[in-house]
Design a protein around this ligand. Sequence first.
Ligand SMILES: C[S@@+](CC[C@H](N)C(=O)[O-])C[C@H]1O[C@@H](n2cnc3c(N)ncnc32)[C@H](O)[C@@H]1O
Ligand code: SF4
Length: 453
Amino acid sequence: MNPFRESALISKYDVPAPRYTSYPTALQFKPVNDPKPLADEVAGWDGPLSLYFHLPFCESLCWFCACSSIITGDHAKADPYIDALEREMGLYLPLLKPGRKVEQMHLGGGSPDFFSPAQLERLLGVVRARFDFATDAELSAELEPRILTAEHLDILRAGGFTRASIGVQDADPAVQKAVHRIQPPELNRKAMAMMRERGFASVNVDLMYGLPLQTQASFARTIDHVIELSPERVAVFNYAHVPWMKPAQKNLLLAGPLPTGPEKIALFALAAEKLVAAGYEHIGLDHFAKPTDELALAHRDGTMQRNFQGYSTRAGLEMLGFGVTAISQSPKSYRQNFHALDAYYAAVNAGHLPVERGVFLTEEDVLRRKVIMAVMCACVLDYAEISRATGVDFEAHFAAELAGMDDLEKDGLLVRRPGKLEITPMGRLLVRSIAVRFDQYFKPTEKRHSKAV
Ligand SMILES: C[S@@+](CC[C@H](N)C(=O)[O-])C[C@H]1O[C@@H](n2cnc3c(N)ncnc32)[C@H](O)[C@@H]1O
Ligand code: SF4
């Protein structure tokens, strides 16, 4: 069975479902009036840390964008933002047990390269002065190729960054015009060459399908362009159309209708087939990696993890998120910062953790999170292993869920064997449809999630 061409099956499972970058998902986060109990929880843990900095600014709005971005031409706005990040870090530091090492740091956005090289250098200096980094810490940044310069990369590389992700989305000039993002292929080649010259060892390229004017022929050229760029990883995102939250997305319709469900599925199938033919492995959902990439290795040996940045190789890290909308994850809680810049500034200036929403996990949540993340990342669920790790008899606890998977097995998404559940290549593509069976909160009528493919 070629999973990418099973369009009837894909359509059957192409229903809204969470992407499970957390469990419970952000829909379960509740408004927080007093962040103190959540802060107290941070103080209870030791072990390595992962830091996430949300740098929201962009120079120009891509009409499809569903990210948490702030559009401005005023680069001076980054300075007070760094001041606020510095204050926010200062609020966390007294809470953290001494000796905790940072093993991972990610700059996300928006576009972190909206910051000038000098502003980036200042930010990295501020972070390094406050946190102790492991010598092999994994540092990565999301970069906007149209504003990226060699000087940005020099600063990042000097700061220990070896990983980067660039947005390409689509290489076709007509599609680019329709989405308000003109980005000639030559610019991507230049960005890639600059990163390679500086020794960035793992580069990811983001693509998107479901945009106006995308055709099989045009998207095939985009994929060929990406294969020529030869990144270690490729993410082929399903365009999430949420105009009630992001009104600028309505502009996409000026160029004509969006691809329909079956057309979208065919676009993804085309991308997947071409990437696999070029030697990439489908590691799950919408992600592809070269077999030699750490993530593909982690996928094969069952150590791959999932967090707010997608897939990751590092396990068991407590994540501290800084900046507007940033999400933090502790072993038993999630916290999300204010969405509005003013509210974020007001909180940190008043000396409060800028937490807008959050949730404490119950024991049941912790257990289900472990199972759901295993489904999202591994090809096999080993019942004895999960029972050992959690102290809960997996087969007894999830007897109803396991018994209710006849449809998934019949459709070839998984195979139930004694003591284990194997996820097939078809299941890897539709993995959210399996994970959702272990989600206590999911309501099939909930329309706020994007579709499964
Ligand atoms: C923060 S941006 C990447 C860095 C940089 N700002 C850029 O665009 O090059 C994160 C990625 O989210 C994806 N994205 C944005 N809006 C999306 C949407 N509506 N649906 C699916 N993916 C989306 C894009 O592929 C984009 O590259
Ligand atoms: S550059 Fe990236 S974050 Fe900024 S608007 Fe475009 S897609 Fe969104």
